[in-house]
Design a protein around this ligand. Structure first.
Ligand code: SF4
Ligand code: SF4
Length: 483
């Protein structure tokens, strides 16, 4: 029986359902209990990049809701009135196509980045990684680095240990609640929310959502950590289908590193018959998911590069070239390509195709957004009023025009109708609609008897904005009754 399984036996209560007999007839649990991971802190190029991403994403996340745009919050998703405000842009449910476009862009970007360099998103920008990094920073601040944390957790409860735990959880909870508050601030005016909290005047639902998101942050970043990446995130499961032999992944150069083993700094490697790996296990200690990169690519690896950073520092210390653990591709390792050759193969046709499609979709959405008419019109025939004869020799149809002003200033619109000889609009031809509001206007259209034969005829309403550029033509039908 191997050592790992023996360890598992020690900690798992064995039940007949979860267990199977081994060759010696002993029961072995097939369930591995979760072992707490104490990631060691690390410095280096990839760690710096992760912290840059932490700062960039968090400055945007916490700062954006406080920016004002005119009389309102610059970015707010106001679900109560079904309007999304993004700086000068106001999106309505009718603009759902843009949301779809943004989701397509997000999905394609994920495909692109994954094909280029594996789980880049997971390792550097995913909220789970970012918040875990922040929570680990608080943990290190209060409880010290890995060794101190392990020692304290294994020791008995003392006043000092209890005090540190209380301070750590207090900081975690405060940060998590502020995160929950900020998140809710994207859906309700954040300044009002802050003043309501200070006056203890917030709605029950407001409190519920702040605590809900706060609790999710506290649980995921404080306790669940790598469990989310390993067992809950669906992306980890299908990432491998996006990899190929030219995808950059964190790789251990086994040819150079093996056979591994400890040695003195001055030892002659050729005499010792040892590879470059000094078997210090630091790459395992810094890994946030607790895996050993020397066993090859594993689905738990989030591609954070922490093992590459720490191994480089070890290589520096022992005076060997860096890059025993590095970002490389399967083909580059097999063919011993240089960095330039590797990069040349990374930008392969598949990547160019993804980039081209992505660029085309982004351009199409931008063009559509910037050229869209800043108002919308729906024409509905008034079903309550049938086509009727009004004056001798004239047929009248009644319609309802719903005009939605998508701008943030009041607007006037001129209405006209055409499509049949003699067709005229007899109701008001100029209407005003307040900013970001919709107004339903009854419209009467008349046609002389000789203008069309009995039946249904296609007509067109033209709605032209008088205060901003934009014109819409909407189709409808005019009914001429039989005599
Ligand atoms: S950090 Fe580098 S040298 Fe140390 S065990 Fe890992 S691969 Fe080997
Ligand atoms: S194996 Fe290396 S790159 Fe992968 S998650 Fe662990 S530390 Fe990060």
């Amino acid at each position: 029986m191997n050592a790992e399984l023996k360890d598992v036996k020690k900690v798992i209560p064995i039940t007949p359902v979860e267990s199977e007999p081994d060759e010696e007839g002993e029961l072995i649990s097939l369930y591995a209990a979760h072992e707490k991971i104490y990631p060691r802190s690390v410095t280096g190029m990839f760690s710096n990049w992760r912290w840059i991403m932490v700062w960039v994403t968090q400055i945007i996340f916490y700062g954006l809701p406080w920016i004002e745009w005119g009389q309102r919050q610059a970015v707010m998703f106001d679900l109560s009135v079904r309007r999304f405000y993004i700086f000068g842009l106001v999106l309505y449910p009718q603009d759902f196509i843009y949301l779809t476009g943004m989701l397509i862009i997000a999905a394609l970007s994920l495909f692109l980045f994954t094909a280029v360099a594996g789980r880049l998103w997971c390792g550097y920008a995913c909220p789970q990684t970012v918040y875990t990094e922040i929570f680990l920073w608080f943990e290190k601040l209060v409880e010290g680095d890995r060794a101190a944390r392990i020692r304290r957790d294994e020791g008995p409860m003392t006043a000092e240990k209890f005090g540190r735990k209380v301070v750590k959880h207090f900081l975690w909870i405060a940060f998590a609640l502020y995160t929950g508050f900020t998140f809710v601030g994207y859906f309700a005016p954040i300044r009002e929310l802050a003043s309501d909290i200070l006056k203890n005047n917030m709605s029950t639902w407001g409190y519920f959502w702040v605590f809900f998101y706060g609790f999710a942050t506290y649980g995921n970043a404080g306790f669940m950590r790598e469990q989310v990446c390993k067992h809950m995130c669906p992306y980890a499961r299908f990432q491998s289908v996006m990899f190929d032999k030219d995808t950059l992944i964190v790789t251990y150069d086994a040819e150079r590193g093996e056979p591994r083993g400890a040695r003195s700094k001055k030892a002659d490697l050729t005499k010792l018959n040892l590879g470059a790996c000094v078997d210090c296990s630091l790459c395992v200690q810094v890994c946030p998911t607790g895996i050993d990169i020397r066993k090859g690519l594993q689905y738990e690896c989030i591609g954070c590069g922490a093992c590459a950073d720490v191994c480089d520092t070890v290589m520096d210390k022992v005076g060997y070239p860096r890059g025993l653990v590095k970002y490389s591709t399967e083909n580059a390792m097999k063919n011993k390509w240089t960095q330039q050759q590797t990069l040349r193969h990374v930008f392969r046709p598949r990547i160019l195709a993804y980039s081209g499609i992505l660029l085309a979709i982004i351009l199409a959405i931008m063009v559509s957004l910037f050229t869209r008419t800043p108002f919308k019109v729906d024409v509905v025939r008034d079903r309550g009023v049938m086509a009727r004869v009004v004056d001798a020799g004239t047929t009248e149809n009644v319609y309802r025009l719903q005009v939605m002003n998508a701008t943030e200033s009041d607007q006037r619109y001129r209405l006209s109708v055409e499509g049949l000889p003699g067709l005229v609009l007899t109701s008001e031809d100029t209407v005003s609609v307040h900013s970001t509001e919709a107004r339903t206007i009854p419209v009467r259209v008349q046609l002389p008897f000789e203008g069309a034969s009995p039946g249904s005829h296609e007509i067109h309403f033209t709605i032209e904005s008088l205060d901003s550029p934009g014109k819409l033509i909407e189709k409808s039908t005019f009914i001429v009754p039989k005599n």
